[in-house]
Design a protein around this ligand. Sequence first.
Ligand code: FAD
Length: 372
Amino acid sequence: MSGISHEADITIIGAGVIGLAIAAQVASRRQVYVLEKNETFGQEASSRNSEVIHAGIYYPKGSLKAKMCLEGSAMLYELCEREGIGYKRLGKVIVAANETEVDDLERLLNQGKENGAIGLKMLSRQELEELEPKVNGVAAIFSPATGIIDSHALMKYFITKAKNDGAEIAYTSKVVGIEKVADGYEVTIEDGFSFKTSIVINCAGLNSDRIAELAGIDIVEAGYKLHYCKGEYFSVGHGKNKLVQRLIYPVPPKDEDVGIHVTLDLKGGMCLGPNARFVDRIDYAVDSSQKQAFYHSAIKLLPFIEYDDLEPEMAGIRPRLQQPGEDFRDFVIRHEYDRGLPGFINLVGIDSPGLTASPAIAKHVGDMVDEA
Ligand SMILES: Cc1cc2nc3c(=O)[nH]c(=O)nc-3n(C[C@H](O)[C@H](O)[C@H](O)COP(=O)(O)OP(=O)(O)OC[C@H]3O[C@@H](n4cnc5c(N)ncnc54)[C@H](O)[C@@H]3O)c2cc1C
């Protein structure tokens, strides 16, 4: 446990994009330790996602997801521009494959506009054809503010800023115990080392419910129990990446998040994904038997894709608060003083749009820390 003395001010559990963004936010005014169980930062959800800067279309008005996505997207573009972090404001189209999907598309457009998503516009079949001639569809929403970002470079920026402001990061430091003591918490690491901290910020992603439980919270009663929702990606080869210019999304199917879509990376590489499959354990292998389902889902909008273009690429797992078929659940970002845990801040269920929202979440948590 290099660098950590027996007393700490703020301890952040988890060096994903959320923990690192918060460390960068608070390290200039407080002493910060970040504990990470892996050998380096950003090995889980934060490096296993679509790297899309979302515009704020999909989330109910007034939700934290809508608010933080809108704020975070503006902050990210500004940050990328200022700090030279790779990004592209590519734009995206959400495409209705047939007339029966047009009502859902209109509902989505209205929700996005109510949330304040910038520049949304309904496209006719002809307008879609002018924008994306190889895409099949009867109508589409055009979102000019959607983009992509180099998430690794973003995390590097947060970590450098946090360290320059004095934060310490300890890798291979899995938190296994949290006990409430006078004026703070006794945190125990797997190797047996323990230390006292005034504030704990739980950013442990897929383990954030267990960290809350370690602190004594009944996670079932609190509604914090997480379910693992796997998202797999298949790359699209044979030069097909040249055939679209933007991110291409379907009208979201029921129970399937935003639906399997076309992602493009900063080098122009093209993938399909992610699907949404609830699983029992954390395993990042791609199940190649999913290829058929990806192919059938893709050809509705992208008739140029052939079965042999697809190769398994990677997978991520979403920390999901809702089980299959359950209604929308918002991010949990909560100071637990009313559960007898002053100075304990939980972030649970930070699934999409967590990457987009990261700087806004960090600002929000920074304000909570100032009040705590
Ligand atoms: C398939 C998929 C696609 C997505 N696409 C997008 C997208 O396009 N745009 C977008 O905005 N968002 C997207 N997201 C969401 C986004 O990736 C996440 O919201 C974000 O990365 C969450 O960051 P995090 O830091 O909370 O979690 P993580 O990155 O998972 O970090 C949590 C960290 O905590 C550590 N940890 C866990 N337990 C302990 C412990 N006991 N002790 C110490 N350390 C611990 C872990 O090792 C890990 O490093 C997607 C997510 C997935 C899975």
